[in-house]
Design a protein around this ligand. Structure first.
Ligand code: ARG
Length: 583
């Protein structure tokens, strides 16, 4: 709807320009917003305020001319001028009802992408394999997964790339330790944290061991067979750990999406050579660097992107350049989105700039760092265990499920309901895992947030339990009637205020998803669903369904309820949450 209003305004502007009311050559970015207060209509634009000056007119006068020049549109019932010169658009309830009918008749709820479909690479999760996944990897994994789902739903082709750290210097240390303990059982290795700690201790205590570790990295990178064998053994175990976490989280990531740092090893010499050929390299203390004048350190000197160390070793940035080239030239991506901690912002800005200058990515390709803040503990400091260690993701999920189990059990017992163990476990999983994910996704991506079990498991507020419960209310309504969400006759008619408010929200789903996909902001989808659930509640309380005054009204309301239910379910699924028919 916003797009079509923008289009109407553009036509009015063209008309006013043609007749000389507006000077030629204006290309304003036309802004159309949803109004907060329905007495101001459904959408508002400040275009008359923006153009008053170049038009040398009072904003309200220009607004009047614009209204006169607006082409008629079936979707708009009336347009009014408000305040200093805002244009308020009231949508036609008939047209709105028809849009909802179209959504209801469509499996995909009428959702389409505004522009052409694109091929989008999503760089997500990407833990370092030397250690077990910890809470720091949660955000990249689930935010990336949610955006991947939204893009796919809108019709884009998504390629997930799990750029795991499987090639760093730490591997020398791990291999040296494996070599020393050839009989290290599967179970010992399976405790990645313990294994890493033991190896690190050896490394710190023994200079000989440290030397051997450094030797082994070189051999590994040179393709030594014995080293590769150990390395594969270790990585397989570590990756199967990651897979367990992904499955627990219900994210769409599998082994086929893994394309780790090691995959680019053979490309690295060529990346450096290409930079040299293009005259971008400078040697600094033996290291090969690209200096970017626009990035300066505290002393005002240009910062380098180091691509090769004095000893010949390559770096994180070199691998990222190779990955960018691969994503452009081989995967032919239109867009690459990097879901990586905000603290790597400078790394990505600089690496993107080098990739552009070197021509590693084609001109039309968008490179976007979708940075995120830190997950903190209740004390506002980075989340740690009681004794200051990192919290393993798997332990956190276990606790979430256990807490959800107790919560759901008690809540049902209080209502005199005794659920069987299997169902209780299923609900606990959806609620517990959903709560952890939703609490994260509902925060603004770039802010830090405090992890808090009590808040995320509350049935009130913008939480997973609240939304999952809202969906079960719709489901139970249909269960009571013995009907399914997609077999109701009749037609949507929007009479009551609460029906109109709910309908207007439902009609925003498509555009909302478009913004979420452009900006990489799942929290906007969370707020949308939360608002939708709230509007559904007031509709449900004020507009009787089972005791509606006549059948046509009942059917209309059931259709609204069904579309709400399906939108909630679809929205939660795009966030990666499992919905329940009852809880
Ligand atoms: N492995 C890195 C880390 O744990 C994240 C990699 C992100 N992706 C990338 N293409 N650099 O910090």
């Amino acid at each position: 709807m916003k797009d079509s209003i923008r289009h109407l305004i553009q036509q009015a502007l063209d008309r006013l320009t043609a007749e000389g009311t507006l000077p030629a050559g204006l290309t304003p970015a036309i802004q159309v917003e949803n109004t907060k207060d329905k007495s101001h209509g459904d959408f508002a634009s400040n275009i008359a305020l923006m153009l008053a000056k170049p038009a040398a007119m009072k904003p309200r006068d220009l607004a009047e001319k614009l209204i006169a020049a607006l082409p008629a549109d079936a979707g708009i019932a009336k347009v009014e001028i408000a305040g200093p010169g805002f244009l308020n658009f009231f949508q036609s309830t008939d047209a709105l009802a028809q849009r909802l009918e179209d959504a209801l008749a469509d499996e995909r709820l009428g959702v389409r992408k505004a522009g052409a479909a694109q091929r989008v690479v999503i760089d997500l999760s990407s833990p370092n394999l030397a250690k077990e996944m910890h809470v720091g990897h949660l955000r990249s994994t689930i935010i990336g997964d949610a955006i991947a789902r939204v893009l796919e739903f809108l019709g884009d082709e998504v390629i997930r790339q799990n750029h795991v750290g499987d090639w760093g210097t730490q591997f020398g240390m791990l291999l040296a330790f494996m070599e020393e303990n050839p009989s290290a059982a599967e179970s010992e290795l399976a405790d990645l944290e313990g294994f890493y700690r033991a190896a690190k201790k050896r490394f710190d205590d023994s200079a000989e061991f440290a030397d051997r570790a450094r030797e082994l990295v070189v051999q590994l990178q040179a393709g030594d067979e014995q080293c590769l064998k150990l390395w594969h053994r270790f990585n397989d175990i570590s990756l199967s750990h990651c897979q367990k976490v992904y499955d627990r989280l219900g994210v769409k990531l599998g082994m086929a999406d893994v394309k780790g740092e090691s995959a680019y090893n053979a490309d690295l010499p060529d990346i450096v050579q290409s930079l040299r050929d293009k005259g971008l390299l400078t040697e600094d203390n033996g290291a090969q660097c690209v200096f970017l004048d626009e990035y300066k350190n505290a002393e005002g000197n240009p910062l380098p992107v180091i691509v090769q160390k004095a000893g010949g070793g390559y770096l994180y940035a070199t691998t990222d350049l190779a990955a960018m080239r691969y994503r452009s030239q081989v995967l032919k991506a239109d867009r690459a989105l990097y879901f990586v901690d905000q603290r790597q912002a400078l790394h990505f800005q600089m690496a993107f700039e080098v990739a552009r200058r070197a021509g590693f990515v084609h001109d039309g390709m968008q490179l976007e760092h979708m940075g995120f803040g830190t997950m903190n503990g209740a004390d506002g400091r980075p989340f740690k265990t009681r004794d200051g260690g990192t919290v393993k993701l798997i332990d956190l999920l276990d606790e979430a499920e256990q807490r959800a189990y107790e919560l759901v059990k008690t809540r049902n017992q209080e209502r005199g309901i005794e659920l069987d163990e299997d169902e209780l476990r299923t609900i606990a999983r959806a609620v517990g895992i959903g709560a952890v994910k939703y609490a994260d996704l509902s925060k603004h991506r770039t802010s830090d947030y405090s992890f808090n079990f009590e808040l995320m498991l509350s049935f009130e507020g913008n939480t997973a339990p609240y939304l999952l419960y809202a969906y079960t209310r719709v489901a139970s309504l249909f269960r009571k009637l013995g009907r399914s969400l997609d077999d109701i006759g009749g037609q949507i008619r929007l009479a009551a205020e609460q029906e109109q408010a709910l309908a207007a929200k439902l009609a925003q789903f498509n555009e909302l998803l478009g913004s979420v996909a452009d900006k990489g902001t799942p929290h906007m989808l969370c707020s949308y669903l939360y608002d939708l659930a709230g509007l559904f509640s007031s509709f449900y309380e004020n507009c009787p369904i089972l005791n509606a005054e006549d059948e046509a009204t009942q059917q209309s309301r059931l259709r609204l309820a069904a579309l709400t239910g399906r939108t909630l379910k679809q929205g939660l699924e795009l966030l990666g949450l499992e919905t329940l028919e009852r809880m």
